[in-house]
Design a protein around this ligand. Structure first.
Ligand SMILES: *Cc1c(COP(=O)(O)O)cnc(C)c1O
Length: 439
């Protein structure tokens, strides 16, 4: 180990984070534990190379080996998803989405239509705070009163707004996405249909969520969420996409480079290839299905404790709890749960009466704890702990949003950090996580 000698400070911090990830229940639905093999591929000499361009069409010499690495990653993705075209170079999910818009939209003229962030869409689906909403026109759709996609409203909006691209695929939507219905709307208005499957890629590969491939034109995905690879992203074009626009693949390639990026991260490309091989193995099907079984068990246990779940439950890997009926704020709940070694994130709920900084809900998911081998009995335990934490937090007077932004919060937090109930649960959690090793 060189690092421990040359930079003991960073080495120690990495070790501390390793311990934190081992001790806690990591329940942020966009996170996961990659395999050792993926990490090995990341930490290699491939990080030294410059490879601007694409296999066999590079601007730099010395890419004989890199060409093979990238071609292998592409071939594995094509096979796994059943698509004719793949770009594995986007540095992460946000640049992948931007590349699609750069490929297809005229700045300040063409319109992107995505789900509003407040309802579970991603920043890069045309939010005004994001470059995707500043450089392009956008129109944002919302969910229905029941917390589900309202296809009648989406269709009306698409007809009225005439978007160039409709984006489906979300960051905080606990239900199955009906890609066929989106396709009918996109076809009606002549829009490109982009499925951003970042959150559910692993479920799709495992057959635990329907695939968008027969219906959409373009797919973007991160590689580090349920797919369990390194941080990174891919853009795929389906046969349907090439039929609509035979140049779609070429347009996307040039949007990635020279449009947005210079050199690809070749170590990341190799690690993506490794993750794709792992995802093609039969064990991954079991994994993906278990993620959903775990989420459903967790959801029904939470319902038994009187929690209000957005849309009433889950079909996938994630659960959105609306905490208003418990009189607890989402930010406060997330802080208290972390003290108890349960790591989730605060999240807005549909039609939230609170601002995004201080929202009414929390979002939690099962991908990472399922990677550790946890199953239904553990989910019931987790629900019990969450309930005990929330029941304890309920006794506190909730800070107002203004208080949550100022000094008051320090006192409040220090009280939460010392709470005996939370700390006792933290110990119980640690004794459970100790039995489920990280890869
Ligand atoms: C996570 C996510 C992204 C962005 O990925 P980054 O790698 O964080 O840039 C984009 N879209 C969706 C739907 C996501 O869930």
């Amino acid at each position: 180990m060189q690092l421990s000698k040359t930079d003991p400070q960073i080495y120690k911090l990495i070790k501390d984070e390793e311990k934190r990830q081992r001790d806690v229940l990591e329940m942020i639905p966009s996170e996961n534990y990659t395999s050792r093999a993926v990490m090995e591929a990341m930490a290699t000499v491939l990080t030294n190379k410059y490879s601007e361009g694409y296999p066999k069409k590079r601007y730099y010499q010395g890419n004989r080996v890199i060409d093979e690495v990238e071609s292998l990653a592409i071939a594995r993705a094509q096979k796994l998803f059943g698509v004719p075209y793949v770009n594995v170079q986007p540095h992460s999910g946000s640049p992948a989405n931007l590349a699609v818009y750069v490929a297809l939209c005229q700045p300040l003229r063409d319109k992107i239509m995505g789900l509003s962030l407040a309802f579970g869409g991603h920043l890069t689906h045309g939010q005004p705070q994001s470059a995707t909403g500043r450089f392009f026109k956008s129109t944002l759709y919302e969910l229905g009163e029941d917390g589900r996609l309202d296809f009648d409203a989406i269709e009306k909006q698409a007809i009225r707004e005439k978007p160039k691209i409709i984006v489906c695929g979300f960051t905080a939507y606990p239900r199955t996405v009906n890609f066929r219905q989106f396709a009918q709307i996109a076809d009606k208005v002549g829009a490109y249909l982009l499925a951003d499957i970042s959150h559910i890629t692993g479920l799709i590969v495992a057959g635990a969520h329907p695939s968008p491939v027969p219906y959409v034109h373009i797919i973007t995905t991160t590689t580090h969420k349920t797919l369990r690879g390194p941080r990174g992203a891919m853009i795929m074009v389906t046969a349907r996409g090439l039929k609509k626009d035979p140049d779609l693949g070429k347009k996307i390639d040039s949007a990635v480079i020279p449009g947005l990026q210079g050199g690809p991260h070749d170590n990341q490309t190799a690690a993506i290839a490794v993750a794709l091989k792992e995802a093609a193995a039969p064990a991954f099907v079991t994994y993906g299905k278990q993620i959903v079984k775990n989420a459903k068990t967790l959801a029904s246990s939470l319902l038994d404790f009187g929690f209000d779940l957005v849309s009433g439950g889950t079909d996938n890997h994630l659960i959105l709890i609306d905490l208003r009926n418990k009189g607890v704020n989402g930010s406060i709940a997330a802080i208290a749960l972390e003290v108890a070694n349960i790591v989730v994130n605060k999240n807005g709920v549909p039609f939230d009466t609170q601002p995004p900084f201080y929202p009414s809900g929390i979002r939690l998911g099962t991908p990472a704890i399922t990677t550790r081998g946890m199953k239904e009995p553990q989910m019931k335990k987790v629900a019990g702990w969450i309930n005990r934490v929330i029941e304890e937090v309920k006794k506190e007077k909730m800070p107002t949003e203004k208080e949550a932004r100022n000094e008051f919060m320090k006192d409040f937090k220090s009280r939460v950090y010392k709470n005996k109930n939370h700390l006792k649960i933290a110990t119980e959690v640690k004794s459970l996580t100790a039995r489920f090793p990280v890869p």
